[in-house]
Ligand binder design. Structure first.
Ligand code: AMP
Length: 172
């Protein structure tokens, strides 16, 4: 875990003043680090019968795809509005300034699915809570929530559903 931490870059004042951005591109470009991340993520869900991993655009696509591959599960993208070609369901949520929306294909998840929702970083939890609502509306058997990094000071877990099992590899 210390090795992964050593490869994560802190970028100050990105995307706006006062934010310390946890940049995982420096971890993903390191072959050993990418391998460890994929392996450690998959170990959490190895015996849980996961059938789909939902990755949140865009940084959640990277770890989400690796996790799906490792588990022998399918991969589903949750995207920004207007990007998915077929019939979609969408959820709008509150951000610090204004609102944001994410979409998924309406037929992406079925009631026999066991789902892991994945994003790279848990900050306030608003994005993940919206993604959770979308997946929940498709009635899967079970939903797990997963991050590579959790910024504990922002207490994002408080915005996530109490019945969801939330895991993160690295806490700051
Ligand atoms: P949230 O506030 O949890 O809804 O986060 C919104 C999105 O922005 C998530 O997809 C995170 O990956 C990303 N994000 C928010 N804050 C940071 C940060 N400090 N470093 C890296 N990514 C962040």
């Amino acid at each position: 875990m210390e090795y992964i931490k050593s490869k994560i870059r802190d970028v100050y004042d990105f995307p706006s003043k006062g934010i310390v951005f946890k940049d995982l591109t420096t971890a993903f470009k390191d072959p050993r680090c990418l391998h460890i991340i994929g392996w450690d993520l998959s170990q959490i869900y190895r015996d849980k019968g996961v059938t789909k991993v939902v990755g949140i655009e865009s940084r959640g696509f990277i770890g989400g795809s690796i996790l799906a591959f490792e588990l022998g599960a399918g991969f589903v993208p949750a995207r920004k509005p207007g990007k998915l070609p077929a019939d979609t369901v969408s959820e709008t949520y509150q951000k610090e300034y204004g609102t944001d929306t994410i979409e998924m294909h309406r037929d992406a998840i079925t009631p026999d699915d066991i789902v892991v929702l994945h994003d790279d970083v848990l900050a306030t939890g608003g994005t993940m809570a919206a993604a959770y609502n979308l997946v929940k509306s498709m009635n899967p058997k079970k939903i797990y929530i997963n991050f590579i990094i959790e910024i504990t000071a922002l207490n994002g877990r408080a915005n996530l559903p109490a019945d969801a099992e939330v895991t993160s590899l690295i806490k700051y």
